[in-house]
Structures are given as C-alpha cells and as structure tokens.
Design a protein around this ligand. Structure first.
Ligand code: SF4
Length: 117
C-alpha cells in the first residue's frame, strides 16, 4: 500500500519541492532578521545625538558636516565631540518630561482618588 502511494514520481517530487520552499522561506526570514539587526546596530553607532556640533534643527543638523550628519557616514566622524546636555538634548531631562507627559495622558485630571480608576 505504501509502495503504491510512492510509485508515481510526483508523489516524491512534490513534497520535496514543498519542503524545499518551506526551508528556503524560513532561511530567508532568518537572513532578513539578521540583516536588519546588523543594520540597526550600525545605525545605533551614529554619534551625532551626543555630539556638541549637533544642532537638533531639521534644516541644519550639523554645521561641520551638514550632509553626513545623522547618516551612516557619520559613524566614524573625526570631528565628533561629546556633549552631554547641549542643544536641548539632555537625556535625563528628556525622560523626565516624557514621563510627565505620559502621566498627564494616563491621568488627565490628576490623581484625586475619587474616580473609578
Ligand atoms: S561633527 Fe560629526 S558626529 Fe558631530 S554632529 Fe557633525 S557629523 Fe555628527
């Protein structure tokens, strides 16, 4: 009975093709994920947000390298100079304000304790 089921060549070829396509699909998903992670790691190496020459303006991001700023070409920028809290980008301040905004959204009338929540 089993031999009869595999007697036709298509009974062997079709499952092989389907498994091959499935393996190729899973492999391509893994390769795409790996490529995306590699690219994300590379983009996280862009130092402009921590640089004292970064203006934060969409019109002129950096007066030293206006074209390369915030791009992959800025990863190895030789003019990079660390600045913790210049140009309005102080991470601590930014997180504090974001937390305040979020709490205002979550509790628009404040926490009175009289509401249902
Ligand atoms: S000097 Fe270099 S690292 Fe600094 S903002 Fe300009 S491009 Fe980015």
């Amino acid at each position: 009975m089993l031999l009869q089921a595999f007697s036709h060549p298509l009974a062997i070829v079709v499952p092989l093709v389907i498994w091959g396509m499935l393996v190729a699909f899973v492999l391509s998903v893994f390769l795409a994920l790996e490529d995306g992670l590699k690219r994300l790691r590379r983009l996280h190496q862009i130092p402009c947000h921590r640089c004292q020459y970064y203006t934060g303006s969409p019109y002129l991001k950096c007066p030293v390298h206006p074209v390369e700023a915030l791009s992959e070409e800025a990863v190895d920028c030789t003019d990079y100079a660390y600045a913790a809290a210049t140009h309005g980008f102080d991470q601590g301040h930014w997180f504090k304000r974001a937390r305040q905004r979020l709490s205002r959204v979550a509790h628009p009338l404040g926490r009175s304790g009289n509401g249902p929540c």
